[in-house]
Design a protein around this ligand. Structure first.
Ligand code: CA
Length: 421
């Protein structure tokens, strides 16, 4: 597909999967290639994939990606190679053309589903800069709790909260203790925030039946999405002790519509950064041989209704690379989660936790960037934001670049805020 050459997100080296619902049809699996979505059901009907097993072809006809993710990593690779071969072959171009749909520039008009059925959702806290920055706001004398360098911290989220970009977030209400008050009130949140994260999607049903070890954890990761863990900070600060966040997080979580596969991310694997001298080594069961992370560049953008009225472009408020920000690797998150015997299922979603670097312009949420709203950011046009206002749009972008590799991207993970009074 000539038009995919030089596409910033979806060149032939990427081939991310989505699930799209066209009018009057069942949801179906698509693959992004340049500006097009290739409908796999249509491609199979056109004769593509005849060398793939019946089991694989049946999985590609499913209305979500769970059946494909349930197969073995070698099967994932086989599908990728079959797609890559056909899409690079001019002889296939005419045969596949009827199964190609143009992806509109305005992705909100394309009816994406959440690409996998998520049974369970867990959110970690794996960026040491995020943990330190947030800790410093609440506990200046002890920003990082003593367990942080020993155990990957996480909480169980709610799968029912997960929605696909573009999400309209209804401003949540909850118990809020106002400054100086002696009792909480039930109010609309005044401290609505986003959290920039990646989501790991688990697969390999046969593998998941066995204990996942540090050696095998990477094979359980089918792919990665961008994730926004919308958060209400005033509800969170009142409710979070002693069991962690609850209703401050479970009103909405947005994921990007395209799953970038582990295979596509392989050229962007980099070694996990070495722990600083003096830090404890991970316990043996969390010590991953040749442990890796991905060099994924993330950008967060905000656009207000005032900026739209003045025709100002969406504004980038932070940039961070996932590989520089994390204390715990993808494989360590998977390993830790299963280390007690917890049963994991295909389609389970593991959020990495907010991805923040050490500087304000690399922070993955407003809580950190604005020091809990006390140092608002200034936007083009002169508006300021401590936290999100109604009609604000938050857009997360992600892409990978490396020497000798073609750039690939994740598309976007976006949502806007409304108050439903
Ligand atoms: Ca989070």
């Amino acid at each position: 597909v000539v038009s995919a050459n030089g596409h910033p997100d979806f060149p032939i080296q990427n081939l991310p999967y989505g699930v799209v619902q066209f009018e009057l049809f069942q949801p179906e699996i698509v693959v992004a290639i340049g500006p097009f979505a290739l409908r796999l059901r249509g491609a199979l009907e056109a004769g593509w994939g005849e060398d793939l097993s019946l089991e694989i072809r049946a999985a590609l006809m499913a209305p979500w990606l769970n059946e494909l993710a349930a197969l073995r990593p070698a099967d994932w690779t086989a599908v990728r190679l079959a797609l890559s071969d056909a899409l690079a072959d001019p002889a296939w171009e005419d045969r596949l053309r009827p199964a190609m749909e143009l992806i509109p520039d305005d992705a909100s008009s394309f009816d994406h589903n959440v690409p996998v059925h998520v049974g369970d959702y867990t959110d970690f806290y794996a960026s040491i800069y995020h943990a330190t920055n947030v800790g410093a706001l609440f506990r200046p004398d002890q920003p990082l709790l003593p367990n942080y360098k020993w155990v990957p911290i996480g909480y169980h989220g709610r799968a029912s909260t997960i929605d696909v970009s573009f999400t309209v977030v209804d401003r949540p209400r909850g118990q809020i203790m106002l400054p100086g008050a002696t009792a909480p009130e039930y109010l609309w949140t005044r401290a609505l925030d986003y959290e920039v994260e990646l989501g790991l999607i688990l697969g390999d049903a046969a593998g998941l039946r066995w204990p996942t070890t540090a050696e095998t954890a990477r094979d359980r990761i089918f792919g990665v999405v961008l994730l926004n863990d919308w958060s209400a900070r005033d509800i969170q600060s009142w409710e979070y002790q002693p069991l962690g966040p609850f209703l401050s997080k479970s009103f909405r979580t947005t994921v990007s519509p395209w799953i970038v596969t582990s295979d596509a991310l392989r050229p962007f694997e980099v070694p996990m950064p070495r722990r600083p001298a003096g830090d404890p080594a991970p316990l043996e069961h969390l010590t991953v041989p040749d442990d890796f992370t991905w060099s994924i560049q993330l950008e967060t953008q905000i656009e207000t209704s005032g900026m739209r009225e003045q025709d100002l472009p969406i504004h980038t408020v932070s940039r961070v690379n996932y590989a520089d920000a994390m204390y715990w690797s993808p494989a360590q998150l998977v390993t830790h989660h299963t280390s007690n015997g917890c049963i994991m299922n295909v389609g389970d979603l593991l959020g990495t936790g907010t991805i923040s670097g050490p500087t304000p312009d690399s922070c993955g949420c407003l809580l950190e960037m604005t020091k809990r709203g006390t140092q608002p950011i200034i936007l083009p046009g002169g508006e300021s934001r401590g936290f999100l206002e109604d009609n604000d749009v938050v857009q997360i972008l992600g892409y990978c670049e490396a020497p000798h590799a073609v750039r690939i991207g994740f598309g976007d993970c976006s949502g806007s805020v409304e108050t439903d009074e």
